[in-house]
Design a protein around this ligand. Structure first.
Ligand SMILES: *Cc1c(COP(=O)(O)O)cnc(C)c1O
Length: 399
């Protein structure tokens, strides 16, 4: 018999999920993820994927994954502390080239990259200064960095950030200080004011760490991210990125100096106690993704053309799209019920998938559906979606 206390715990937790209507509720993809995909057996227009540049099903990436498997096999069979593959090394060089940094280290996911890097960079006596809406992976990294002081500043509020840096100057002097922020925030689609953050970091003896998950492949003329967008090359000490969003495979990386890379290789526990990743297929596909992004900057251009069009039209229909400056465009409706209804009617009646995001993921009263336009959406698809938003929005009394 299994242990009674364990059984009781799992049953209670499971029943609670059912009670609050929070059981995992996923749509089953029956095809690759693209502008249109088969979801639960129906052809659906996907308007909420992180597949910004439409690379998730790119034929050249599929071929590159196959070629890598032919050459390197299906798996690694070892951790990278012991052996590493040339294709993994090549991928890290490519990631560094993409970010224009000296070096990069690739982790199994963006989540483990943030947790591992924050945890190993910050130690007893150090201070972490963090935006209040930072991603869970940053928060978890901070929690693991034992003995550090943590200061939370108001979302994007540079006056508050400066005030807190000034007030804490004396206590902070005993160790080093890191200002850490998402560069594009994943629910509201707003962008951190990076040049101001860098200025404050310099003025108050701190270094800067950005999480570029939703910015890489999206911001900047060639998609290199927030540093390119603001042209602040050489001024951000640590840049984390993920391969799982615009790059459309899986994995995360930390880009910076070569010294940083090898320090993290040895000392960040989510890297060195985890088996070698990315595997050959992912390495091959990801190398190709970087190549395509740099070769075809018109993809980034299309993403932004689509974004501007869709956002402007949604607003002129009378929807509240909040403060977004990026392809992440929320349609804020104010109650969890309305958000669920909007998502459900768009799906059931119009064949469009946008997910509802409710409190507590977003603040009370800002419940929403979250749309993400991609580079591969056609104008007809966007016009169809706008018509559907108008029909459903009127039906629900949102506009
Ligand atoms: C998605 C995301 C991550 C985690 O990346 P994964 O590769 O999916 O683990 C980290 N930070 C932010 C801001 C993200 O949006």
């Amino acid at each position: 018999m299994y242990n009674a206390k364990y059984l009781k715990f799992v049953k209670e937790q499971y029943d609670e999920l059912k009670r609050i209507n929070y059981m995992p509720h996923f749509r089953m993809l029956g095809s690759p993820n693209s502008a249109k995909a088969t979801l639960d057996g129906r052809e659906i227009l996907i308007l909420c994927a992180n597949n910004y540049l439409g690379l998730a099903n790119h034929p050249e990436m599929i071929q590159a994954a196959k070629d890598a498997v032919d050459k390197w096999g299906a798996g690694m069979g070892t951790g990278r502390m012991i052996m590493t593959m040339a294709i993994q090394d090549e991928l890290e060089e490519k990631a560094a080239e993409f970010k224009k940094t000296e070096a990069a280290l690739v982790y199994p996911t963006g989540y483990t990259a943030n947790v591992g890097a924050v945890w190993s960079l910050m130690a007893e006596g150090d201070t972490i200064v963090s935006d209040e809406l930072n991603h869970a992976s940053i928060i978890d990294g901070c929690r693991l960095a034992r003995g550090t002081d943590r200061i939370i500043y108001k979302h994007l509020d540079m006056v508050d950030l400066e005030k807190k840096l000034k007030e804490s100057a004396k206590e902070r002097a005993k160790g080093k200080t890191m200002i850490i922020t998402d560069s594009v925030f994943s629910q509201d689609g707003d962008i951190c004011p990076l040049p101001e953050i860098i200025e404050l970091a310099q003025k108050y003896d701190a270094f800067t760490y950005i999480d570029d998950a939703h910015a890489s492949g999206v911001l900047g003329k060639t998609g290199r991210g927030t540093v390119e967008h603001f042209n602040v090359y050489g001024r951000v000490e640590v840049q984390m990125g993920t391969l799982s969003k615009a790059i459309a495979t899986c994995g995360g990386y930390v880009a910076g100096s070569e010294k940083l890379k090898y320090y993290l290789w040895r000392r960040s526990r989510t890297y060195c106690f985890s088996t070698g990743f990315p595997d050959p297929a992912t390495s091959g596909a990801t190398l190709k993704a970087f190549e395509i992004i740099l070769r075809e900057p018109e993809r980034v251009q299309r993403l932004w053309d689509n974004t501007r069009y869709f956002k402007k039209e949604l607003e002129s229909l009378g929807f509240n799209t909040g403060i977004s400056q990026t392809p992440i465009t929320p349609v804020i409706v104010g109650t969890p019920e309305k958000a669920e209804d909007l998502s459900k009617l768009l799906y059931d009646e119009e064949g469009i998938f946008v997910n509802a995001v409710r409190y507590p993921v977003v603040p009370k009263g800002t419940d929403r559906v979250r749309t993400i336009v991609n580079a591969h959406h056609t104008r007809e698809q966007l016009d169809y979606a706008l018509g559907a938003f108008e029909r459903v929005g009127k039906k629900l009394g949102i506009i």
